[in-house]
Write a protein that binds this ligand. Sequence first.
Ligand SMILES: *[C@@H]1O[C@H](CO)[C@@H](O)[C@H](O)[C@H]1NC(C)=O
Ligand SMILES: *[C@@H]1O[C@H](CO)[C@@H](O)[C@H](O)[C@H]1NC(C)=O
Ligand SMILES: *[C@@H]1O[C@H](CO)[C@@H](O)[C@H](O)[C@H]1NC(C)=O
Ligand SMILES: *[C@@H]1O[C@H](CO)[C@@H](O)[C@H](O)[C@H]1NC(C)=O
Ligand SMILES: CC(=O)N[C@H]1CO[C@H](CO)[C@@H](O)[C@@H]1O
Ligand SMILES: [Zn+2]
Ligand SMILES: [Zn+2]
Length: 457
Amino acid sequence: MFLLFVVLVWTQSVATEDGWFWQVTDFHYDPRYSTAGVPGEMCHVSGGQQDGSPGVWGDYLCDAPWALINSSVYAMRQIEANPDFILWTGDDTPHVPNEELGQQVVINIIGNLTSLLKEVFPTKRVYAALGNHDYHPKNQLPPNGSDIYDAVAGFWRDWMDDDGANSAFKQGGYYAVSAAPHLRIVSVNTNLHYKSNLVTKDMEDPGGHFAWLDRVLGDAQTNSEMVFIVGHLPPGFFELKRSQYWMYPNFNERYNELIRKHSSVIAGQFFGHHHTDSFRVFYDDDGSAVSSMFLCPAVTPWRTTLPGISGFGANNPGVRLYKYDRQTLQIKDVVQYYTNLTEANLSGRPVWQEAYSLTVTFGLPDGGTDSLHRLASSFTGPDVSQFRKYHQFNTLSYDPTETCDNNCWVDHVCSIIAVGHDDYDVCVNDKITGGAPESKKIEMVLVLTCLLTVLIV
Ligand SMILES: *[C@@H]1O[C@H](CO)[C@@H](O)[C@H](O)[C@H]1NC(C)=O
Ligand SMILES: *[C@@H]1O[C@H](CO)[C@@H](O)[C@H](O)[C@H]1NC(C)=O
Ligand SMILES: *[C@@H]1O[C@H](CO)[C@@H](O)[C@H](O)[C@H]1NC(C)=O
Ligand SMILES: *[C@@H]1O[C@H](CO)[C@@H](O)[C@H](O)[C@H]1NC(C)=O
Ligand SMILES: CC(=O)N[C@H]1CO[C@H](CO)[C@@H](O)[C@@H]1O
Ligand SMILES: [Zn+2]
Ligand SMILES: [Zn+2]
């Protein structure tokens, strides 16, 4: 009781001070994008996709033209020019066969995007992570140094405050830096754990990454620091496709174990790769929510070529602002911005506008793990309005009329609350055989809402 009192007094005496930071991810710049030329060759064609008439600002079947990328970063400055820092979570090159890229092309593209961020935010630190596309051949990021790591370490040198971070990066593509007195940023290279990475396939701990992460998170505890983990490829499952996961299952477990072990120092995890807007909640063995992860939507609108995706698989381009408490590192809000690509093409200019704010739109007190757990729990309750909003923003309203059937709902819910294989399988079985709010119910609520709206108006 006395302890509680002390904690309360202490909490109140620490003045809260809000700061902001950006996250931007999955630019996937296509240098071959053009609006004129031979149809099907004006943007790189992947998976048999082509479009006859790509617009100036982009196309849902193509990766991003420079005009869109440039516009997204300038929009960030226009919206919030003075963030404490920027998180940039990887995947810079287009989705094309390896033969159409090459080591130097990959390096040039990472250089182009680094230059753009430095041009627009010359005084800000950018904490960046490599994506599975930021390598040649793609996905094959090695655990023991490479020319690409060396080149990128050079590009990002100004953003790392010590030599140790820069040389760690050259070796394993990961690093940790102190971003503020209480804040350590840990940029992980989970591409080493990707099941498409054949280089690391049979390794016990590629690049000693897990051992390093365990040590860095332990040190943070000792030094009374909190940690933001920044990475590209997330653990767990893709919410648009049943049982689609990225990490080798043993590495997936290792990652999740480390998160549970060190959850008390982890103030946030910020990842990309999905191109969609989602989040993950990590639970301990007793079922308590101990950590969470934000999955930030992409700048590229590119429609995924993964077979069996629910929905169209494209998204509107987005950039994301976080509000946080500089003392406690608590995430206080997430404000998601997007541009309607169809509208940008029609009107001749992208307008970057707010899609939603986590606190206002979803009625949550903040963006902490407890709140995200609450939000996830609401998705399984009788009121489907929260889930419908979430699902709409999952693609940043790519198709405002898109609906989510029962299977789609199961995939979203289970990927959010189950980041481990066993938990995921249990969740899917459970939800399919029971608990789902039936689509009929969803339709009923919609009809009632419409009726009420009509009556009120
Ligand atoms: C990038 O965007 C800024 C702001 O809209 C504009 O002034 C500049 O000309 C653009 N640059 C390119 C290369 O598109
Ligand atoms: C990207 O970098 C390459 C090599 O430095 C350069 O030739 C090219 O013009 C750059 N492209 C953009 C859009 O900045
Ligand atoms: C990394 O290890 C592989 C396999 O042992 C080796 O072929 C490669 O040369 C090494 N690379 C570096 C930069 O040490
Ligand atoms: C995007 O713009 C198009 C064209 O104006 C419009 O039909 C569509 O409803 C818009 N989407 C959203 C989410 O506003
Ligand atoms: C995605 C999209 O809306 N593309 C359109 C952009 O604008 C051009 C020219 O108006 C259209 O042809 C594209 O279909
Ligand atoms: Zn990507
Ligand atoms: Zn990726």
